[in-house]
Design a protein around this ligand. Structure first.
Ligand code: OOG
Ligand code: MG
Length: 259
């Protein structure tokens, strides 16, 4: 039995547009395995690109213990980032346009040289990385109760909604990514802390994995490492800041009212 890739991509896109969460696809589509789910994911991004959006890179997901525990899924996954997901730091996020948004702190990689899938390794990733910067990722699962299996969340482009990039960009040689510390604050109060090593022992391990499974990473890509902590729910008026040791801070402000 095969799945109707286009129809499933449309179901997910409609859920986002209508702000209406849907049951997990695997409930009605038992044939949706991880490989088919990546085809649904690609069809969803192709739809966005067809409507004028542009691919800018990749995101890793479920790579830290904190995230795997929070979501009950213990295998990593990846998704794609588009220009339409970029959200300026000083612009309030319209949380009312999302279903049940959450945010998480991540490390961003700007890839300066193509990374081949066959030779990807930590030293290769670090040599190919032009800059590291802090990021906040806003997630918004299109599924009811923010619950999913691995194929469901893969098909849903790893719950991607918006990304805020900030801080200062540093060459990877200017910091120890494993020991890059991070304090996450909500409305001025620290709610979680982590270091880069939360992501697979070293965030570049996750980026090397991405290069192997995604068929390489082209020069110019932005890659998000995956959340360092469990995600934090967003409400109107919430202000979230991630302060990092070396790469600086990034802040997300939610709009005051549901709109
Ligand atoms: C899936 C996406 C995971 C991360 O950084 O771990 C992710 C989810 O938790 O909804 O983006
Ligand atoms: Mg993430």
């Amino acid at each position: 039995m095969s799945v109707d890739v286009e129809a499933l991509a449309r179901r997910l896109a409609d859920a986002a547009t209508e702000r209406r969460p849907i049951p997990m696809l695997t409930q009605s589509e038992p044939a949706l395995d991880v490989a088919a789910a990546y085809r649904v994911q690609r069809a969803g991004i192709d739809r966005r690109v067809g409507a004028g959006d542009r691919r800018i890179g990749y995101k890793l997901g479920l790579v830290s213990r904190a995230k795997q525990r929070a979501m009950g899924v213990s295998e990593p996954l990846w998704g794609e980032l588009t220009a339409g997901m970029l959200h300026a730091e000083d612009e309030p996020l319209a949380v009312g346009q999302l279903i049940h948004p959450r945010v998480e702190p991540e490390l961003g990689f700007l890839i300066g040289r193509d990374i081949d899938p066959e030779t990807a390794s930590v030293p290769v990733v670090l040599a190919a990385t032009e800059a590291i910067f802090p990021a906040l990722e806003v997630l918004d699962s299109r599924y009811e109760d923010f619950r999913f299996t691995l194929p469901d969340v893969v098909a849903d482009n790893a719950s991607a909604a918006s990304i805020v990039l900030g801080g200062r960009s540093l060459a990877p040689s200017a910091l120890d990514l494993r020991l890059e510390g991070m304090a996450l604050s909500r409305d001025g109060e620290v709610v979680d802390t982590a270091a880069g090593a939360a992501v697979t022992g070293h965030p570049a391990v996750a980026v090397a994995w991405l290069a192997r499974v995604a068929g390489g990473i082209p020069a110019g890509s932005v890659v998000l490492s995956g959340g360092l902590t469990a995600p934090v729910p967003l409400k109107p008026g919430t202000v979230i800041t991630a302060d990092f040791t070396s790469v600086g801070s990034v802040t997300l402000r939610c709009g005051a009212r549901e709109a």
